[in-house]
Design a protein around this ligand. Structure first.
Ligand code: BMA
Length: 828
């Protein structure tokens, strides 16, 4: 800390919070209420320093650059006691020529981090009035109503969000490197795909080369290990940055496809720069060849909004993605793998990198390319209004250019989007719409604030996209109906965030009648499971209203919103573990029904991304995986709801309509077996329908009159089972209840289990005489992932579940089972 004499060891990449933790100076930030007592950290300035040795040979290079890939955020950088650079943007990559400052022997690099709070307050005062920033948890930071997040180009969620804590970090969050140059260096290559079809791909390789020595150079581009170059050019480079375009083509290109549609082929392009037959620089990149378009065309209902990849219209299935930790240096490659493999395993093909987080690390995009996960990429602006002074706008411009250049070669990026929810929150032009922000300002201030918005999101950012990446579409804000039309729940154009359920306290059934052209957000909260809760709490915290659990719940209505919904639909258990479990299945059922409704409305609706895939700390949130990477019930449900073939039920006033969603690429003749059974499996009625499953469409296969069912049977004692059969093989199956869960007359099931170890897995065989609803399995102290969980076990069916062993012996008694049946029976 500045003013302190003590130096502590630190990590790079890292941040001051994790360094203090490593040095035992602070307690675990996420544990219980510790967040509050750690708010002093961001009010201080911190200095990081190191020495590095260079020998005289290294100093002989013509130019030496210091490459600072990520500094969070306000810094003064000293090299051998000389101020060489000041920075003010976490998202920028700064490069500084340091040749003249370096010496043979020890060199001292010192980076002084100025408190983002001090700087933010200074900027707020200079502006003279505050700007809306609804998720900035200023009170927790001891700043009362003073929202400073908007003044600093730093991850917005560091200042708090409605699912995350306030830890305003400082530190070197990405690596720092020295680059030695003699003649010239390839600074950047953009493989711009100007034409792509089955016959041919035409690629413009656009090079930026930094030449220190002007002269004749040669550029070769190779494919993989092939000896013959696919393009060769001789160039005369001038001193400084040279831009050179080298077009080349590939015959019968193998294309890159999103997950579930095709393979993710990538070409390995190796570019070489040489002078007099000596190779002086090589850059290798894996490039997926695909065309991608955002199709917004007027139609009879409004205007379409969907992605077309390689000429094929893609229904987007996925979720919104936030950073995986408040302390970004803790997100390991394994964690990125885990989260993206979870997305793939859950049949997703798109994630939205939401605008309140970060432009992710390269590894994230690399994995999305590898696994076929398309990305809706926001710029980092969310739920706030931003300043518009020249310095701010120039800073954002450079940030956008840095990140577009870093990311534009990734095949996975489908769209650049200006911000999250600002258009809809401000709602220019109508005093009665929006989030009541405008009312706090004078007409003059309103004009300035909107002008700033307009300049940044409707001029600067689209212009930059046009210059640096015009092969992709730009969309100013999510959600938006059209370029100049605000989104509403009734919009028949653009993308939609539907928050009537949860924020609006509306019933889950409203998911069926609020369907837009592309559902880019909707969600429902739950808490993590008991094993995760135990990691950051003590037993006396295990209560929805405890101080600690409320501190880990950042949405305004607290946990009471979960309880309100639960009381209407489910039994509300006294036992805390059971309460968590019911909360999770309620969330899972809600989002499953929304996903299936969106899919059934294809092609009117062409995408569904629920809020939210992951967490940045342990707590209540809308996530389907918790901070510890444990799958909540929702993740298991999403996997089934996103399966290529999935059954959807839509109850309306009189009927339940049954749809089959198919993303298969051919039609299939199938048999649909509809069976009404009681909970012990007795068949009460049956119908078999021969039909055709239409590829890439949803078809209605049946309509069941619920009134008739209630006349004939006791609706709380029966269920409908649907099996889709193609010949002998079961394509999909699901069940439907004619009553809400809390009314179901499910008896305590006798589940018989058989367990055995097979290699690295525990195999569990389950059977039940009675229908067992939402069978939840867990093993104490073993957090690995079951092959399925929270599933319905049908009477007489055998279900086999596997669990990777956690390096421990698991005995029969260690495996616990909970069902909704038991809870219903306790509450009687
Ligand atoms: C959406 C998001 C987030 C927020 C979430 C839940 O509006 O864009 O800002 O966390 O809702 O409220």
């Amino acid at each position: 800390m500045r003013g302190d004499k003590e130096w502590l060891p630190a990590e790079v990449p890292g941040c001051v919070h994790t360094d203090l933790l490593q040095n035992d100076r602070i307690p675990q930030p996420f544990y219980r209420n510790n967040e509050k007592q750690l708010q002093w950290i961001d009010k201080n300035d911190w200095i990081y320093r190191c020495t590095f040795r260079l020998d005289s040979l290294q100093l002989e290079h013509n130019k030496i650059l210091l490459d600072l890939k990520g500094l969070d955020t306000y810094t003064k950088i000293f090299l051998n006691d000389q101020l060489i650079l000041e920075t003010d943007n976490m998202f920028r990559n700064y490069k500084k020529n340091v040749t003249q400052y370096l010496v043979a022997g020890d060199n001292l690099l010192e980076i002084e981090f100025i408190s983002p709070v001090t700087e933010g307050l200074r900027k707020l005062e200079a502006l003279g009035y505050g700007l809306p920033a609804v998720n900035d948890l200023s009170e927790i930071g001891g700043l009362d109503e003073r929202k400073i997040s908007v003044f600093t180009r730093k991850a917005p969620y560091h200042f708090g969000w409605d699912w995350g804590p306030r830890f305003v970090t400082s530190g070197i969050w990405r690596p720092i490197e020295l680059i030695f140059l003699d003649n010239a260096r390839i600074d950047d290559i953009f493989y711009r795909q100007s034409l792509l079809n089955n016959e041919e791909a035409i690629i413009d390789a656009i090079f930026e080369i930094d030449a220190i020595v002007a002269g004749k150079y040669k550029i070769d581009i190779y494919q993989g290990e092939e000896e013959n170059a696919i393009a060769t050019t001789s160039v005369d480079l001038e001193n400084g940055i040279n831009s050179i375009t080298i077009p080349f083509s590939i015959a019968q290109p193998e294309l890159w496809w999103p997950n579930g549609i095709g393979r993710q082929h990538r070409y390995n392009f190796r570019a070489q720069l040489s002078i007099e037959n000596v190779i002086i620089d090589t850059v290798t990149q894996l490039i997926g060849l695909r065309s991608i378009e955002l199709i917004r065309e007027p139609d009879s209902l409004g205007k379409s909004f969907y992605f077309r990849v390689n000429g094929k219209n893609v229904f987007a299935k996925g979720a919104n993605y936030i950073p995986n930790d408040n302390f970004l240096n803790r997100v390991s490659t394994e964690k990125y793998e885990n989260i993206l493999q979870s997305a793939v395993e859950s049949n997703m093909n798109m994630l939205r990198v939401w605008g309140g987080g970060i432009y992710e690390n390269d590894i994230f995009y690399e994995l999305c390319d590898r696994y076929g996960i398309l990305l809706w990429q926001d710029f980092m602006f969310a739920c706030s209004m931003y300043p518009g002074d020249d310095a701010f706008l120039e800073n954002v411009k450079l940030e956008a250019i840095d990140n577009i250049k870093r990311l534009r070669n990734f095949a996975s990026i489908a769209l650049w989007c200006g911000n999250n929810e600002i258009d809809v929150a401000w709602c220019e032009g109508d005093m009665n719409c929006g989030w009541s922000w405008k009312q706090h300002y004078t007409p003059k201030q309103r004009e300035i604030i909107w002008h700033n918005y307009d300049t940044l999101f409707k001029k600067i950012l689209p212009d930059i996209i046009e210059t640096y990446d015009h092969t992709r579409a730009y969309w100013p804000s999510s959600p938006q109906a059209d370029w100049d039309v605000h989104a509403r729940y009734k919009s028949t154009m653009g993308d939609m965030h539907y928050w009537g359920v949860w924020h609006g306290n509306e019933p889950f059934s409203n998911y069926y009648n609020h369907i837009g052209r592309f559902m880019s957000e909707y969600g429902f909260q739950s808490l993590p499971d008991m094993q995760s809760i135990k990691k950051f709490t003590l037993p006396h915290d295990w209560d929805f209203e405890s101080k600690v659990l409320l501190a880990h719940q950042r949405s305004g209505y607290g946990n009471s919103r979960i309880l309100d919904y639960m009381k209407k639909l489910y039994p509300v258990p006294d036992d805390f573990n059971q309460l968590l479990y019911v909360g999770q299945i309620m969330q899972a059922e809600a989002i499953k029904s929304a996903i299936l409704a969106h899919r059934a409305n294809k092609p009117y609706c062409m995408g569904t991304l629920y809020w939210q895939l992951n967490d940045c700390w342990p707590g209540a949130s809308w996530s389907s995986m918790d901070y510890y990477m444990s799958w909540k019930a929702l993740q298991y449900f999403a996997k089934k709801a996103y399966a290529p073939v999935a059954i959807a039920f839509f109850p309306d006033e009189n009927n339940v309509r049954i749809y089959i969603n198919s993303d298969l690429n051919s039609n299939k003749k199938i048999q649909v077996r509809l069976a009404i059974k009681d909970f012990s499996g007795t068949l009460l009625s049956e119908e078999i329908i021969d039909t055709t499953l239409e590829h890439e469409r949803a078809v209605e296969v049946s309509r069941i009159n619920e009134k008739k069912i209630s006349d004939e049977f006791k609706k709380s004692e029966i269920f409908l089972q649907i099996d889709l059969l193609e010949g002998e093989s079961l394509l999909a199956s699901d069940i439907y209840f004619f009553d809400i869960p809390k009314n179901l007359h499910l008896t305590e099931p006798l589940i018989s289990t058989k367990m055995r170890t097979e290699g690295e897995n525990l195999v569990i065989e389950l059977m039940s005489e009675e229908l067992a609803k939402n069978v939840y399995l867990w093993v104490d102290n073993c957090h690995s992932r079951f092959s399925d969980n929270y599933f319905d076990l049908l009477p007489g069916d055998k279900k086999i579940i596997t669990l990777p062993l956690c390096g421990q012996e698991i005995k029969e008694n260690d495996v616990h089972i909970l069902t909704l049946n038991s809870i219903l029976n306790q509450s009687k």
